[in-house]
Design a protein around this ligand. Sequence first.
Ligand SMILES: *Cc1c(COP(=O)(O)O)cnc(C)c1O
Length: 432
Amino acid sequence: MAKFEITKSKSLFKRAVCAMPGGVNSPVRAFKAVGGQPVFIESAKGQYLYDVDGNRYIDYIGSWGPMILGHNDERVVEAVTKQMQKGISYGAPSSLEVEMAELMIEMVPSLEMVRMANSGTEAVMSAIRVARGFTGRDKIIKFEGCYHGHADALLVKAGSGVMTAGVPDSSGVPEGCAKDTLTAEYNNLESVRALFAENYNEIACVIVEPVAANMGLVLPEEGFLAGLRKLCDNNGALLLFDEVITGFRLGIKGASGYYGIKPDITTYGKIIGGGMPVGAYGGRKDIMSITAPLGNVYQAGTLSGNPVAMCAGITQLRILKDSPEIYTHLDALGERFRQGAARIFTKYKKNIQISGTGSLSCIYFTGSEVHDYRTAKTADTEAFAKYFTYMLNRGNYFGPSQFEAVFISDAHTERDIDKTLEDMEEYFELYP
Ligand SMILES: *Cc1c(COP(=O)(O)O)cnc(C)c1O
């Protein structure tokens, strides 16, 4: 099959780089990790993206998670269109906000109260503030390789090992903002225990992606999440699950339900907005009650709880809640993808492996078993880039970085997965 023509995308990108930093509004879209240039999307439907040059791609990003039903689900579009006729933003309470909060509380056992925000970043930033306000402590523990949005305190490099205090990962972040962020190793309880010991009575919370989906896809090992729960309890710290990706993706109760661990605070984004910009944090009532106007931890938003966004989110969440078969379908497609890929890697004896659970997967171009940031970084990013480009040119749209997860939606079919596996096999046949 010939390489896709992307003439119009190329000319758009030329204009884009003059008008926007890197030509994009979020860095990973710029394809810097894989070379080449991004394609510009004209429309999306179901499991497909269509670019401005008329090429069709099977989409394995799903807008980085939100589009779990596939693009432009008719039920969501209809609900949103109806709401638009009634107003786009009120800046005053609407029944939709009550419905959304009640729905989330009904679906997730650990939620007793919820506050809506406009992005995952905002949700996490606010949740950390609440954890600090509630405990009266400043320090937080995060894990190397976990992403929690781009708030100052969370852009912390963990380069020089486990127990080093924060060094900002981005310029423009004052050291003061990062110095209270301590980093531990994912799947290593000992590294967390050591930080608690060194910072006795100073840790406000431990924040973790219960399934790490921002360094590829790393699963929590047996006992890891339960161990964190225990360490937090023993040290008077809160356990914060960042479920911006895993929330309502690993089943209707998210990762906390999936693994049976009850966090004190949970953050959401992506799926709960149905494609609209939404974030949320929620948890125990006594903790949430310190948020303004009830308590003195300030948090606000002009567009928070926006009626159109709530409408999209509620519609998508209701569909998920009422259709358990969606998760069965997602799990089956995920398994089909992983087993098919594993078969190909065995056949061609590649030093490659596939990890994942449910609709989340990652192909790591490394021979080492991946269980944390350090082992994920052993992946050969150049080999990934070559594979990525080949797959894209055959209509398979994956995240343009080795360290992004593969997302499957309910709109995908076995045929889509098989087509992608055929292209994958062809690639490894050509480049053994
Ligand atoms: C995407 C993501 C965020 C940030 O959400 P935005 O909506 O991009 O601000 C935070 N945490 C996790 C785990 C994420 O995957």
